[in-house]
Design a protein around this ligand. Structure first.
Ligand code: CS2
Ligand code: MG
Length: 402
């Protein structure tokens, strides 16, 4: 089953998506998501200039060997650009395998382990009252888990709180816009936020919060400890994960569950955190961390240490990522939760998918493969626009983590 062609489709129906289509001599094709927010064209070049030429003529059935060839065979291993490109190929090849077998992807993985997939959505507002309103709306819509982000008094903008009321985190300009950050203002405010949310909505709803790498280990420990009475489902990315020893310090101070990993791309990024039991949830993105082939190894390893999955599902990942992730979630024994930021109608108009959503839960479809396709004519209506994520500075001008 020879690969005869592969092409990269770039479109921007509200935000940029990079989609890979691999075609075999039998005419069966598979689709992968190669979107890396704010660095899209780097992955396009990696695919077009380096990986696709090496793919043509290979047997599409040999997913493992192709993965090893692209990963081990490259002297320059790992990194978000290369691993996103490999993941796109991997997901497209699994899609082909499912179509050939006449089975949905979750069946190829071993069948379903649950009946439906719990998701969390985002509630955010510029001030406490509007944030509480958004939490109320999410609960009313049926979500059992809500990520809460709120503007911090005295700070002009905050991570996770969009400026114009959009549902998603923007990559909003051709060059990065700048946010200002104050750790003290933030730390003084967040426990109050969760106190209000719990007193208004009770303890049944799962609450999550994302710090987006902005604290030092001891600051994160303080936050985790002060949030303990509010029983978070997880506290995400409270420190940057380059120095993984940071998580030991954090872990020794708090029982608030810890989630990390949306920027990871290798099983080696996860090993220390998992085997030392520093974390509870792994956020690695299916399409940034080497696709199904690597992700199921990471998940199996995590299961040995009671670490569960919590896939990244922001709107900068296309419906192709969501479709493949949902099949994985349906199967993976140590599933935790799936992030869900709804795509706009315009974004969805470019893709065809068979997964369904009802009151906070997803179910993947039954069509062979991962069940997501791209309408190339629709995609052509929305040309690429460069859009970059913001940067962050402390009040004195020091560049900080975004
Ligand atoms: C976020 C993302 O979903 C999340 O938890 O951290 O919104 C993230 O900022 C974007 O995906 C960056 O591309
Ligand atoms: Mg995050």
């Amino acid at each position: 089953m020879k690969i005869t062609d592969a092409r990269v489709i770039v479109c921007s129906p509200g935000r940029n998506f990079v989609t890979l289509k691999i075609i075999t001599e039998e005419g069966i094709y598979g689709i992968g998501d190669a979107t890396l927010n704010g660095r899209e064209k780097a992955v396009v070049s990696y695919l077009e200039d380096y990986l696709i030429p090496a793919l043509i003529g290979k047997d599409a059935r040999q997913i493992e060997d192709i993965w090893q060839y692209l990963y081990r065979g490259a002297y320059w291993r790992r990194g978000p650009v290369g691993m996103t490109a490999i993941a796109a190929i991997d997901v497209a090849l699994w899609d082909i395998k499912g179509k050939v077998a006449g089975m949905p992807l979750y069946q190829l993985l071993g069948g379903k382990s649950r009946d439906r997939i719990m998701t969390y959505t985002h509630a955010n507002g510029a001030c406490l009252d509007s944030t509480l309103d958004e939490v109320g709306k999410a609960i009313e819509a049926g979500y059992e888990a809500v990520r809460v982000q709120c503007g911090v008094p005295g700070m002009a903008s905050t991570y996770g709180v969009s400026k114009n009321g959009e549902k998603y985190e923007p990559a909003d300009a051709a060059l990065p816009t700048e946010n200002v950050w104050s750790t003290e203002k933030y730390l003084n405010f967040v426990p109050r936020l969760f106190d209000e949310v719990r007193s208004q909505f009770g303890h049944d709803v799962h609450l999550l919060h994302d710090v987006h790498h902005r604290l030092t280990p001891i600051e994160a420990a303080r936050l985790g400890k002060e949030l303990e009475p509010y029983h978070l489902f997880w506290l995400e990315d409270c420190v940057a994960a380059e120095n993984q020893e940071s998580f030991r310090l954090l872990r020794h101070h708090t029982t608030t569950p810890i989630a990390v990993g949306e920027v990871f791309n290798s099983i080696h990024d996860c090993r220390v955190l998992i085997q030392n039991q520093y974390i509870d949830y792994l956020r690695a993105t299916l399409v940034h961390a080497g696709g199904i082939t690597q992700m199921r190894r990471i998940a199996d390893f995590a299961a040995l240490y009671n670490v569960r999955t919590g896939f990244h599902g922001a709107t900068d990942l296309s419906p192709v990522c969501m479709g493949a992730a949902l099949h994985f979630d349906y199967w993976v024994p140590n599933f935790g939760i799936q992030e869900h930021m709804p795509h706009s109608e315009k974004m969805e108009s470019v893709f065809r998918f068979d997964y369904t959503f009802e009151k906070g839960y997803f179910t993947p479809g039954e069509s062979p493969g991962h069940g997501v396709d791209i309408d190339e004519n629709e995609a052509a209506k929305y040309p690429y626009r460069r859009a970059m994520l913001p940067v962050n500075r402390l009040e004195d001008g020091t560049l900080w983590h975004w």
